[in-house]
Design a binder for this molecule. Structure first.
Ligand code: DP6
Length: 326
């Protein structure tokens, strides 16, 4: 018989970005990437394989899902069924925990929680490496949400050697602010945005080449706890990633005018002696890496500029957790 299993996975924000696939089916990236797992943004997912079901069902925040979001979940369930050699259908319940309805629900935490809960529910006992490989098949960035702290996704070259490894627990006072620019659903998903960029942007090759170098530089900066160097490398990675989309056909950008304003505000804070650095993903929100000792002062300035309801904060998050018995 099958047991219902439940897992919590925390989202991660890449300091050195993943952008572009070498293999779309297996989600092998063009470049390695490196992220920080966050405590306050996470997903909890339970899975029960139930012989009484005649189809898979997926509830997200209590609402039954159809179409593409059900398909993405079924893709991971199918991989788990294949490994466990079963054919039973499943009921999946997932909840996103984001402090406000901020449009920050992330495929990284959702897919990592799904990979872990589904594999446990099917009776598979995967180690973290194999969990990371499975989560990767759901969404590339999810491969990194298996671990807390600072995490590297080694690009590898095939299904067996493309997975994440923990780099540093980051228990030395890092934090991240979110400046919420726009709550609306993003217009170009990361999946289609990176595909369009890989297929049409002349900048993609240099992006991939220099990003593997950036990952190595970031690891050195982390080893030395050189926060300034980490921040500068993070800003360059985000800027380079967003530059590739402007070279695509048709050109597109995730930056809104308010994003640019937020970036310039963060950079201006540095002139005033604050140690803070921006990054952005496949949407208009701006994220700011800080040291906890400056949390209060920077938080106050961000709230004054953008409004208290537009600012979120999280410190560093832990590994994925089995919470079946919580
Ligand atoms: C900009 O992991 O969402 O956030 O693998 O197609 O599911 P798929 O894409 P996804 O892409 C994340 C892109 C990014 C950068 C990053 O997280 O590294």
């Amino acid at each position: 018989m099958f047991e219902k299993r439940k897992v919590r996975a925390h989202t991660n924000i890449a300091l050195i970005k993943y952008w572009g696939k070498a293999d779309e089916e297996y989600i092998i990236p063009l470049n390695s990437s490196l992220s920080l797992t966050l405590n306050d943004l996470y997903a909890e997912t339970s899975v029960l394989f139930d012989p009484a079901l005649d189809q898979d069902t997926f509830y997200l925040d209590g609402e039954k899902q159809n179409g593409s979001s059900l398909k993405k979940v079924q893709h991971v369930l199918d991989l788990v069924r294949q490994q466990a050699d079963i054919e039973v259908k499943a009921r999946v319940d997932s909840q996103n925990f984001v402090p406000t309805a901020a449009g920050l629900a992330s495929s990284a935490s959702g897919m990592a929680a799904l990979a872990a809960s589904a594999s446990l529910a099917a009776g598979l006992d995967l180690d973290k490496k194999d969990l990371s490989r499975l989560a990767r098949r759901g969404s590339g960035s999810a491969s990194r949400s298996i671990y807390g702290g600072l995490v590297q996704w080694q690009k590898g070259s095939n299904d067996a050697d493309s997975y994440a490894i923990p780099i540093d627990p980051a228990d030395w006072g890092l934090g991240m602010y979110f400046i919420l620019i726009n709550k609306e659903q993003k217009k170009v998903s990361s999946r289609s945005g990176m595909k369009q960029t890989v297929e049409t942007s002349p900048y993609i090759e240099e992006w991939a080449r220099t990003t593997d170098e950036d990952v190595e530089k970031m690891k050195e900066a982390i080893a030395q706890r050189d926060f300034t160097q980490m921040g500068l490398l993070m800003e360059r990675s985000a800027s380079k990633m967003h530059a590739t989309t402007l070279g695509a056909i048709e050109p597109f950008t995730y930056l809104l005018p308010e994003s640019l304003h937020a970036i310039q505000f963060v950079q201006a804070l540095r002139q005033k002696g604050f140690d803070c650095y921006f990054t952005m993903d496949a949407g208009p929100n701006v994220k700011v890496l800080i040291k906890e000792e400056q949390k209060a002062a920077i938080g106050q300035l961000l709230q004054e500029e953008f409004g208290p309801d537009k600012i979120l904060y999280s410190d560093v998050g832990p590994d994925i957790q089995d919470i079946t018995n919580e």
